[in-house]
Design a protein around this ligand. Structure first.
Ligand code: FE2
Length: 411
């Protein structure tokens, strides 16, 4: 036995109990003590590490040295990115990604899925930079890398070949951005290419889908249909899906039914999309995020992600699931007690399902990732953006922060 966490209050367990850790894993209670290190959670809320399922580590922090986005639109953000991508260097990408990984860890995030741009501007440098950051932080953070053809596959010359190369070079998941093609038949072809690659590498798929205010966007339906055709149910994730919010009710319901049938995981990115979508609307302005509650009501796995950190799309972001969770609560009208619990699920178990983690949780045999929050329950954790008092990764105590946020009605 290496470590005992006494008086832990695992979220949703309903009881305070001791947790036992040996060789980086949770284990059954032993017959007797054997000199393990002991820490006392004193009844505070614990999660098995927060899971960040959608972030762009390659682009994070580029705001530090680019011209400002003066229109605030997605189009200008992409224009500036192109300029910056031409100047990318693997080492500086690794350095920026590393800073963000360490911030995430301090916030209790122990698993990350990052998209990296794959296109003829930056070629494979974003992948190489993030892979290097992953290597440097291998003992404190598990990272999956998604090869993300941000500029399209058909409209960006050479992108298809680069996608194959990215998977050969160590990307784990096939990404996509099918709406970023010139015509619907190209969007369908974009998705077909992604499935060809995924089948070859036996990889999961995680696409940026219909991140647009255009309610005419139809690539979520295409993705769901091709998921079924390929038998990839449970292995496909759709991020953003903003257009779904704008569909008329009949079409939205039909697409949601298809998403459910295809077992697609959904990720909303409320911080970025509240900022970008609906920006040019006359009042009333659209919220810009997908139909979170409707998807949850159908039993679809829904998570949320930080998406952007100080890049041209979004000037804020700390990779703090409690911050994004609070934004999600507002954006999706999630305020009832059960809905607040649901938000906690979205940043833990649901995100773990997106990443298809089979060693997540407090059960014996799971990786001993643990965060002790300065809170008694999920609502308090979100309300006061609770301090992460202890962060444990694979049984190692990485962060200790005994800050108390005694904000509540103290004289
Ligand atoms: Fe994204």
């Amino acid at each position: 036995m290496d470590l005992i966490v006494k008086n832990a209050n695992p979220w949703r367990d309903g009881e305070v109990r001791d947790l036992y850790i040996a060789d980086g894993r949770f284990v059954e209670p032993p017959d007797g003590g054997d000199g393990a290190e002991v820490i006392d959670a004193a009844g505070r809320l614990c999660v098995a590490g927060f899971v960040e399922p959608h972030i762009h580590l390659d682009k994070a922090l580029i705001n530090e040295d680019v011209r400002p986005n003066v229109s605030g639109t997605l189009d200008e953000a992409i224009e500036i990115i192109w300029e910056r991508k031409r100047a990318y260097d693997t080492e500086e990408i690794a350095a920026r990604a590393g800073r963000v990984i360490r911030s995430a860890l301090a916030n209790g995030v122990t698993r990350i899925r990052s998209h990296v741009d794959v296109d003829n501007i930056g070629a494979l440098r974003p992948l190489e930079g993030v892979a290097e950051a992953r290597r440097r932080h291998a003992d404190v953070m598990d990272i999956q890398i998604v090869a993300f053809p941000q500029e399209g596959i058909l409209r960006n010359k050479g992108a298809e070949e680069l996608m194959w190369q990215a998977m050969e070079a160590g990307a784990d998941v096939v990404g996509g951005m099918p709406f970023n093609e010139k015509r619907p038949e190209d969007s369908a072809r974009h998705i077909r290419i992604a499935f060809e690659i995924a089948r070859k590498f036996d990889a999961d798929i995680d696409m940026h889908v219909d991140e647009t205010d255009d309610a005419g966007a139809r690539t979520l339906e295409m993705l769901a249909e091709q998921t079924l055709e390929n038998g990839w149910q449970g292995r496909v994730t759709a991020g953003h899906t903003c257009a779904l919010a704008g569909y008329d009710e009949d079409y939205a319901n039909a697409v949601i039914a298809l998403v459910r049938q295809a077992g697609i995981h959904m990720i909303t990115n409320p911080a970025t999309n509240l900022m970008l979508q609906g920006r040019l609307d006359a009042q009333p302005k659209r919220r810009g995020i997908t139909r979170v509650k409707e998807l949850l009501a159908e039993g679809i796995n829904v998570s949320f992600g930080q998406d952007c950190v100080e890049d041209t799309f979004y000037p804020f972001g700390r990779v703090d699931p409690l911050e994004v969770g609070l934004i999600a609560a507002h954006a999706a009208h999630m305020s009832l007690p059960g809905e607040i619990e649901e938000l906690f699920d979205m940043q833990t178990n649901a995100a773990a399902r997106v990443m298809r983690l089979d060693d997540y949780g407090f059960a014996p045999g799971c990786a001993a990732d643990l965060v002790i929050l300065d809170a008694a329950n999920a609502a308090e954790a979100l309300t006061k953006q609770a301090a992460r008092n202890v962060v444990i990764k694979n049984g190692q105590i990485i962060v200790t922060n005994e800050t108390k946020q005694d904000w509540r009605w103290t004289p």
